[in-house]
Design a protein around this ligand. Structure first.
Ligand code: SAH
Length: 400
């Protein structure tokens, strides 16, 4: 379909067209003229957006009844969103990652950050795990799988369709093998000196959290000879990096037994299984127990799931971060370091840091901020969408 045949949506006079012209890629539901014609544009359809004077704003994805009613794909009103367009976006994303990393282990596509709203692709060597989190991607999935294979040469492409975002789009939850064969065992991923195991068909998200790579590396610089506590460890993100960098001991705590089993396997492959221990527990209970035992660590990391996934639960989430900071601070030896992480976009850096500081202060400890980290460069941020800058990791030295 050529661009001139596309359905057209129009902004209301009060809508902020300049914001969109200046690069904000979304129009909100209350900004679109809603009439019988525009309501008839099916969710996920490619459409053109015009301002109230009928000047074009670009081509994008329409979801007129949703809160985000339009996502700009291309400011060029004549752009054709076909295989060539997709190939150019995917190739540009691959080019960046190949410059950044010596091994093929990275987030290849980070949604809006790579100009592809809703699309997440993680690369594990010869395997790509694709999360099509929007209808327009679901409809183009075969093309995307072909293009990904063509560009990367990867043998296997799997679909991980289990995200909450898909549910919101009315898409079914499913896992599928799109190209090649599903791996028979967890994949080995070398990163930050360690070997991680990723269960791409059964794990959380896409099996491994690449976003924490620079923060794992920061923690690893403090690991030599240290007693390390990795809270909410998943498959050992921080703990295995610390192990690889000479930690005296690592205790990984998570509520997921399968994640901890992979962490132990990873410790064996990394070298140093005898210095690596796991505890399957609720991290809050585990911290309370460790405090009661009087155990101390030189490096404590807490990387919980998003406690404030939306503005509605922000206050409750911030209290949970404060509680983590409070309990974890009690476990840090004098002069040790506490790394606290948040992947909640609703809790921005300042709010999150304040909650951490309150918790640490209530534990009677005096902190100094020695590091502030974010997601790695394979998670590019769209400057207009702070949502893509969700991850924060703050290193606090607790004074002796
Ligand atoms: N630190 C990891 C990523 C952590 S993801 C890395 O760097 O790769 C968050 C983890 O928290 C998940 O593995 C999940 O199983 C675990 N989790 C969630 N709630 C928990 C709880 N109450 N207690 C312990 N672990 C929990």
């Amino acid at each position: 379909m050529s661009a001139s045949d596309l359905p057209v949506l129009r902004l209301k006079p009060k809508a902020d067209a300049r914001r969109i012209r200046h690069g904000h890629p979304w129009a909100w539901g209350d900004e679109l003229v809603l009439d019988r014609r525009s309501r008839g544009v099916p969710a996920g359809a490619i459409a053109r957006l015009e301002d109230t004077a009928r000047e074009p704003l670009g081509v994008g994805v329409a979801t007129v009844e949703a809160k985000i009613a339009f996502r700009i794909l291309d400011p060029d009103p004549a752009a054709e969103i076909g295989a060539d367009w997709l190939r150019a976006k995917l190739a540009a994303a691959l080019d960046l990652r190949e410059k950044l990393y010596a091994t093929p282990h990275y987030r290849l596509i980070h949604a809006e950050g790579d100009g592809l709203p809703g699309l997440i692709v993680d690369r594990f060597g010869d395997l790509l795990a694709v999360q099509p989190n929007a209808i327009w991607l679901e409809e183009r999935l075969e093309t995307i799988a072909d293009l990904l294979q063509e560009l990367t040469g990867c043998a296997t492409v799997v679909k991980n369709g289990t995200s909450r975002a898909r549910e919101a789009e009315g898409l079914p939850a499913e896992m599928a093998v799109l190209r090649g064969a599903a791996p028979s065992a967890p994949l080995q991923v070398p990163m930050t000196g360690a070997v991680y195991l990723a269960d791409v068909m059964g794990g959380q998200k896409t099996g491994l959290f690449y976003d924490q790579r620079p923060n794992h590396a920061f923690a690893a610089t403090l690991a030599r000879g240290a007693r390390v506590l990795d809270l909410f460890s998943h498959v050992g993100g921080f703990g295995l990096a610390a192990l690889a960098h000479g930690a005296a001991s690592v205790l990984a705590v998570d509520s997921s037994a399968p994640a901890l089993a992979l962490a132990r396997e990873g410790a064996a492959l990394t070298g140093g299984a005898e210095r690596f221990d796991t505890r399957e527990a609720d991290a809050f209970s585990a911290m309370e127990a460790l405090v009661a035992e009087g155990t101390e660590f030189d490096l404590v990391v807490a990387d919980p799931p998003a406690f404030a996934p939306s503005k509605a639960v922000l206050q409750q989430g911030l209290r949970a971060y404060e509680r983590v900071a409070n309990l974890a601070a009690k476990l840090v030896a004098p002069g040790g370091v506490l790394v606290l992480c948040s992947c909640s976009h609703a809790a921005d850096l300042f709010r999150f840091r304040n909650s951490c500081l309150r918790g640490i202060g209530r534990a009677g400890r005096a902190p100094r901020i020695v590091q502030t980290g974010f997601a790695g460069p394979d998670h590019p941020q769209h400057p207009a969408l702070t949502e893509t800058g969700y991850l924060k990791a703050i290193g606090f030295r607790l004074l002796p």
